[in-house]
Design a binder for this molecule. Structure first.
Ligand code: ZN
Length: 298
């Protein structure tokens, strides 16, 4: 895989799939662009807070029962709607403020397997300047909406797209501390290899704990299959059949929950960039990923 590592003028590793850590894709410095997020629905203040945000499970999803009957065990509802009440951590890669806080994001943090990596990176961008961090945030919001509507309790690793970090080790800790049933990190790639396109899902390999083994592979296959069903091609340059075994991504190395990192597509491929840059394209990614997660939660 090192053979396809690309470096940009910034001197930072560009290919997100080959970056050094979860959320560590390092493409060109994100430049201010006229493009705005299609779905900036967050009302959170623009702070650099690293506290995860939660999206509470609606309390009205359970059908009410006749008061003349004994109260049904709560497990009845949970069994009928398996996703209800389950915790899913969504980790939108990078952050909009990273590019202007290089000292903070370049700080070395534990990356697993005895290594260290930069706290975070700026991410890549399309040729027309649509940044990966904006893509990841917008996709995360769409994914959160779909999962929350299905009764899933969603926790995000960052509150908005105007802050810095959090560091990759902190992102992993948020997943671990939540006891999440699934952790999904959202990225898009920046390979400059000619014709490189398609999505792939990175998983920790060799696994460092039970969760990194079959549970993470199961999650990866579930999301892969639903992205294929949504019409997205698997990568023709990274991994195999849409899955990529990695030992160098901090978030994957440090996780203790079923975790995958989704590289939705290659932002440097003109055709794929058009999809990644469009609200309709991101909604299609969100629906495919959500269906995979919901199938995994089963
Ligand atoms: Zn990335």
């Amino acid at each position: 895989m090192g053979a396809v590592l690309r470096r940009h003028a910034t001197g930072l590793a560009a290919a997100c799939a080959l970056a050094a850590a979860m959320s560590a894709c390092a493409g060109p410095q994100a430049k201010p662009v006229g493009q705005t997020l299609a779905s900036t629905t967050s009302t959170s203040p623009s702070t650099t807070s690293t506290a995860p945000t939660t999206s509470d499970v609606p309390t009205t999803t359970a059908p009410s029962t006749s008061s003349s009957l004994p109260a049904a065990p709560t497990t009845t509802t949970a069994k009928a709607v398996p996703a209800t009440g389950r915790v899913v951590v969504i980790d939108p890669g990078h952050n909009g403020g990273n590019a202007t806080h290089t000292a903070e994001i370049n700080r070395q943090v534990p990356a697993g397997r005895g290594r260290t990596k930069p706290c975070n990176t700026t991410g890549t961008a399309t040729q027309t300047g649509y940044p990966e961090h904006a893509f990841a945030w917008d996709l995360a919001v769409r994914l959160r909406e779909i999962l929350t509507a299905r009764g899933v309790k969603v926790i995000m690793t960052r509150a908005d797209n105007a802050g810095v970090g959090p560091c990759v080790d902190r992102r992993a800790a948020i997943g671990n501390e939540s006891g999440a049933a699934a952790v999904v990190s959202l990225h898009a790639d920046g390979s400059t290899a000619a014709g490189a396109h398609g999505f792939h899902l990175a998983h920790s390999s060799p696994p460092l704990n039970t969760a990194q083994g079959e549970p993470s592979l199961h999650l990866a296959r579930a999301v892969r299959d639903k992205l294929v069903a949504a019409g997205f091609p698997t990568s023709n340059y990274a991994g195999k059949d849409g899955l990529s075994a990695r030992d160098d991504l901090a978030g994957l190395n440090l996780t203790e929950r079923p975790t995958v990192l989704v590289e939705c597509g290659n932002m440097r491929d003109a055709n794929e960039a058009a999809t990644l840059s469009s609200p309709a394209g991101r909604q299609r990614y969100a629906e495919g990923i959500a269906n995979g997660i919901l199938g995994f939660l089963g």
